[in-house]
Ligand binder design. Structure first.
Ligand SMILES: Nc1nc2c(c(=O)[nH]1)N[C@H]1C(S)=C(S)[C@@H](COP(=O)(O)O)O[C@H]1N2
Ligand SMILES: [Mo]
Length: 338
């Protein structure tokens, strides 16, 4: 069901976007509403832990709490360092607590998809930890290894920027098992794939390590591409009356969001949406647009965002592979007489 809906959207999306043909959809609107209608999303600035998206490639490794207390579980820092380190959970918790609001997004989050969430993460600074281990000048990459066999990496330079967290708190609670208990990486501005969960080892390599996904062609630097999404109204929703507040999110990865625009005529004209201030430089923004509806009809609503550098989000439709998806999110609605 989910899959067939996606395929359908890909096809109808192309035709509706290219020609702005809301009318084409109108004939089938009755069927669309019944078969494919989606409820609006009620997105909050911070995502409660129970609603945060989850992507696990190989199940959830169970780390017994006893292992944290006895010191059986450790985090080690190895490789191109002068002083390799091994830390227990208690030692990690004694280090200065760093808190940061960071939006995570999966590289496979399709346009309009739900694999994006925002949380306040608490943990320790990767930079401070690496400094303590005294990296060799030859250090080139930081490889993060996990209990489930997963490993991914980013450049040593990125690791030392001071904004990378090794987190054990999520929205003030202990990191939940699904999200990497007891410890995970949170790397602002790069896709979820590199935010390694169930962390056990950080190895500095002198060579260009390639993780499982990178060996299969996925992007290695993996910066998050600017995205925006309409959360309300839902697809094929019926609307009554002459005004509706359109709402959604936008995210510019490491660059922030400067502007969000809405089109209610299939992309012919654009109107500026109102943005709420972001909760941090690494956070999505919530936006809204008070739409004065001219008359009952079928409308195609489209959103686009401009990032902090002034770069407009790409409207070219691209699949997630290899560097993340692009394309504009749109929603078709049926405005009926109130
Ligand atoms: N150890 C490990 N870390 C992992 C993964 C995994 O399968 N194993 N999945 C990655 C992917 S693809 C994403 S999008 C994020 C998702 O984090 P979340 O489940 O907390 O939202 O974790 C990343 N870290
Ligand atoms: Mo992902």
């Amino acid at each position: 069901m989910e899959w067939s809906r996606r395929k359908f959207l890909a096809v109808s999306g192309l035709s509706a976007m290219a020609a702005g043909l809301a009318r084409e959809v109108q004939a089938g609107m009755f069927i669309m509403k019944r078969l494919f209608a989606l409820a609006p999303r009620e997105t909050t600035p911070l995502t409660p832990n129970k609603d945060f998206y989850i992507v696990n490639y190989d199940g959830v490794p169970t780390i017994p709490v006893a292992d944290l207390i006895t010191g059986k579980w450790t985090l080690s820092v190895t490789g191109a360092v002068k002083k390799p380190l091994t830390l227990t959970y208690q030692q990690i918790q004694k280090r200065p607590l760093l808190e940061q609001i960071v939006t995570l997004e999966c590289i496979e989050n399709p346009v309009g998809g739900s694999s994006i969430s925002n949380a306040r993460w608490g943990g320790i600074s990767l930079k401070a930890l690496l400094e303590e281990a005294e990296p060799l000048p030859s250090a080139f990459k930081a490889v993060l290894r996990a209990s489930d066999g997963y490993a991914d990496s980013f450049s040593f330079q990125r690791a030392m920027q001071g904004d990378v967290l090794l987190a054990y708190l999520m929205n003030g609670d202990q990191l939940p098992p699904d999200h990497g208990f007891p410890l995970r990486a949170v790397v602002p501005g790069i896709y979820g794939i590199k935010n390694v969960k169930w962390l056990t080892e950080i190895e500095l390599t002198e060579f260009d390590f390639r993780g499982y996904w990178q060996q299969r062609g996925w992007a290695d630097d993996a910066p998050i591409l600017t995205m925006s999404r309409i959360d309300d109204p839902g697809l094929y929703q019926e609307i009554k009356g002459d005004q509706y507040t359109i709402k959604g999110i936008a995210f510019g990865g490491a660059h922030g969001v400067k502007e969000v625009e809405i089109s209610t005529d299939g992309g012919r004209t654009w109107n500026q949406a109102k943005m709420e201030p972001p909760l941090s430089p690494f956070s999505w923004v919530l936006w809204s647009y008070a739409w004065q509806i001219p008359k009952p009809d079928v409308y195609t609503l489209i959103v686009r965002a401009t990032d902090g550098r002034g770069l407009l989000q790409s409207r070219d439709i691209a699949t997630a592979y290899p560097k993340g998806p692009s394309g504009l999110h749109y929603v078709v609605v049926d405005v009926v007489k109130g």
